[in-house]
Design a binder for this molecule. Structure first.
Ligand code: IMP
Length: 428
């Protein structure tokens, strides 16, 4: 399969970074298609941990072309810092390409995000405060600065000057907050532009040519299905489309070119920020899974909310994304938990609901219906890389998830390292 999308089927943090890194070994190109530095992908290679926000997770595989697609909003300061860090640890970033149509996330977007969140009071979304919402807002209101605009310094001045002035008016009049000096913003972005210019390219052409030439292309989403601006738990969502369709618009590739969609599913659920979460565990069990799984935001350090696996959500995610194979992650975190629960349906008043409700107020009133399965121990999963050797209880768990979601699991991840991955069939 030459063009595969990797997509999160929950609220993000499903372990996409690890799976992308694992699959990237076989890819020629890895393409990020949406989001920005709100994403936090943790990848462990040979015991060394990397926390990536802007650079595609494939960068740690030598010789790959890694594309930041037009659908991404890129904070150049974060990107440059990450490139420097990766290079200082012996990796090559010369294969990085940034779309000329990707939008530049400016310091005023970060300030705007902070001010907007601060003013929401009890209605806070719980954003990462990285400026993502304001950057996408500017994109759609056609006030954005794109990487292509960084090439000609005079054009950049003409486009940027009125935007900074209008942001300053907004900060002053709406929030009584200080603004930015134009020259300061302009000079900082010019310096970043000089560093990044060799990486700016027509990436849609690059990706399409690669597919046409029989190369293997991996599309890497950030966040997850339920944070999707259209299909997630609106308004508690991010500002882009992490769902598979986002790969087409966010990379400039037609749907007929896509050959498969791998849905990443964590063996339980987690969510950062506000919003409905039917299987949330507010007890000791939730805390112990959080600690064992290191469930703290990669970007913000916030403790993640934890809950049991929810297959009502997963069935919806499988449909919206057209998932062709699952990758089940963090099965090792559930080891030693005792009985493991899977939500198979919701109770809504006197009704039992098996389909994800379209109305968010209904979702907020849903109670989970659980099925209980035997768990597994740490000893049983330690070092297992062969599906036939996993404990029978875990095999039962995997096949029950497959039955309930209607998609087979190709990969099972039982540890943070690239090597701790069980492959059942080829997806790439
Ligand atoms: P924003 O993307 O910073 O605007 O935040 C909107 C919502 O998406 C908040 O609930 C964030 O916590 C959540 N979010 C954004 N990026 C991620 C991510 O990479 N993992 C998990 N949650 C995220």
């Amino acid at each position: 399969m030459p063009a595969v999308i990797v997509v999160g089927m929950q609220f993000g943090d499903e372990g996409k970074g690890k799976i992308t890194d694992y699959m990237a070994e076989r890819a020629d190109l890895v393409v990020r298609y949406q989001g920005g530095s709100n994403a936090g992908h943790t990848v462990v290679v040979g015991g060394v941990e990397y926390r990536l926000h802007q650079v595609p997770s494939g960068i740690l595989n030598p010789g790959k072309i890694c594309v930041v697609g037009n659908g991404v909003v890129v904070d150049p300061s974060v990107l440059i810092k990450e490139m420097d860090d990766i290079e200082s640890r012996g990796h090559d970033v010369s294969g990085l390409r940034i779309s000329h149509a990707a939008h530049v996330l400016m310091p005023y977007h970060v300030r705007q995000d902070e001010l907007e969140e601060g003013s929401r009071g009890a209605r806070q979304i719980g954003t990462t405060r990285r400026g993502i919402g304001p950057a996408y807002t500017d994109k759609y209101s056609r006030e954005g600065i794109r990487f292509g605009d960084l090439i000609d310094e005079e054009c950049l001045r003409k486009r940027l000057e009125p935007v900074v002035a209008s942001k300053n008016r907004l900060f002053d009049r709406l929030y009584g907050a200080s603004g930015f000096g134009f020259e300061e913003v302009y000079r900082a972005v010019l310096a970043q532009a000089r560093r990044l210019r060799p990486h700016i390219a027509d990436t849609a052409r690059l990706v399409n040519n690669a597919i046409a030439g029989g190369k293997k292309v991996l599309f890497e989403g950030a966040q997850g299905t339920f944070l999707d601006i259209d299909h997630g738990t609106y308004p508690y969502v991010t500002s882009s489309n992490p769902t598979a369709g986002g790969a087409c618009t966010g990379a400039g590739v037609g749907p007929t070119r896509i050959s498969g969609v791998v849905g990443i599913v964590k063996a339980y659920t987690s969510r950062v920020g506000s919003g409905p979460f039917p299987t949330e565990l507010l007890d000791e069990k939730g805390s112990s899974i959080r600690e064992k799984g290191g469930e703290y935001g990669t970007t913000t350090g916030r403790p993640r909310r934890i809950g049991w696996l929810d297959t009502v959500m997963l069935r919806y995610a499988a449909t919206i994304n057209g998932v062709t194979a699952l990758a089940l992650t963090k099965v090792d975190t559930l080891a030693g938990t005792g009985k493991v629960k899977i939500c198979t349906a919701y109770r809504l008043g006197s009704r039992t609901v098996t389909e994800y409700p379209a109305a968010m107020d209904e979702l907020a009133r849903c109670e989970p219906v659980y099925e209980e399965l035997d768990g597994w121990s740490d000893e049983e999963v330690a070092g297992v890389t062969d599906y036939d050797r996993i404990p029978a209880s875990m095999r039962r768990f995997v096949s029950r998830v497959e039955e309930l979601v209607g998609v087979k699991a190709a990969l099972i991840s039982a540890g943070r390292d690239r090597r701790q991955t069980i492959s059942r069939f080829e997806v790439f």
